[in-house]
Design a protein around this ligand. Structure first.
Ligand SMILES: C[S@@+](CC[C@H](N)C(=O)[O-])C[C@H]1O[C@@H](n2cnc3c(N)ncnc32)[C@H](O)[C@@H]1O
Length: 240
């Protein structure tokens, strides 16, 4: 069954996800760092390091949100990073941040759907996504389109929550995600559903080898999963 943020409402997962991120966009950055105790920043840095060797010049950041992963990718000294997202609100916050940091010539944020990317085949040296794939309406379609716009030899890097499997992290994580995070998230974001949807969507997400299997199926080679911080999050990579 598809997990959606607002169960009582009609509308596709995509429309609901865009609505939810529009609602929480103003508090998103703060909540991200607060609820993860800042570890999300470390994870993005580690994920970007996966691209160091290939020195990508053109990078596409899918589900860019407020642009944090796109900005982090500038440490690779690319010519350009393009970020796409379906939430107007998240993009607006990201554009403000990029203007404040005077990075407009390096990072460009646009409206764009992972399942219908408006770029030619074989355009990018690297395609990256942080905490985005879990929200796709059609995961396989989104990954297949990422493969399409990547140049042959190009690399995909996906950062996504996963489920720890060992005691005591499994139990601690489950308690935090189920009972603490939704309460703090709801209080600060003022959206009653967003931080209930988060643990539910993580639970439903095919993590680990299930995810690398899908990457393989859409055409990626040499796919790898590297669990981070007791398996709370994983970095997946693959080559076209
Ligand atoms: C949790 S945020 C992640 C933002 C950012 N990548 C980060 O690391 O903070 C997930 C983002 O995925 C976007 N999203 C969900 N489905 C999408 C799709 N089909 N195409 C593009 N963006 C999508 C949402 O609008 C939201 O901004």
């Amino acid at each position: 069954m598809t997990v959606v943020p607002y169960k009582e409402k009609e509308g596709s997962k995509k429309a609901q996800v865009a609505e939810m991120f529009n609602n929480i966009s103003r508090r998103y950055d703060f909540l991200n760092h607060f609820l993860s105790l800042g570890i999300d920043i470390v994870w993005r840095k580690k994920a970007v390091r996966e691209l160091k060797e290939i020195k990508p010049k053109q990078i596409l950041d899918i589900a860019t949100g407020t642009g944090d992963f796109a900005i982090e990718a500038l440490s690779l000294k690319p010519d350009k990073v393009i970020g796409v997202d379906i939430s107007e609100g998240m993009l607006a916050m990201g554009k403000k941040k990029i203007a404040r940091m005077k990075l407009e010539d390096k990072v460009e944020l646009q409206m764009g759907d992972s399942e219908k990317l408006l770029f030619d085949d074989n355009t990018f040296d690297a395609v990256i996504v942080a905490f985005g794939v879990r929200n796709f309406e059609n995961l396989e379609k989104g990954l297949a389109d990422m493969w399409r716009v990547l140049k042959p030899g190009g690399k995909v890097v996906v950062l996504e929550f996963s489920k720890p499997t060992r005691f005591p992290m499994k139990q601690l994580y489950s308690f935090y995600f189920k009972y603490i995070l939704p309460i703090i998230g709801r209080m600060i974001s003022k959206d009653r559903a967003a931080y209930t949807y988060l643990p539910e969507s993580v639970k439903a997400f095919p993590d680990g080898v299930l995810f690398t299997n899908i990457l393989d199926r859409v055409g990626f080679k040499k796919t790898i999963c590297k669990p981070q911080t007791f398996g709370i999050c994983s970095i997946y990579t693959g080559i076209k």
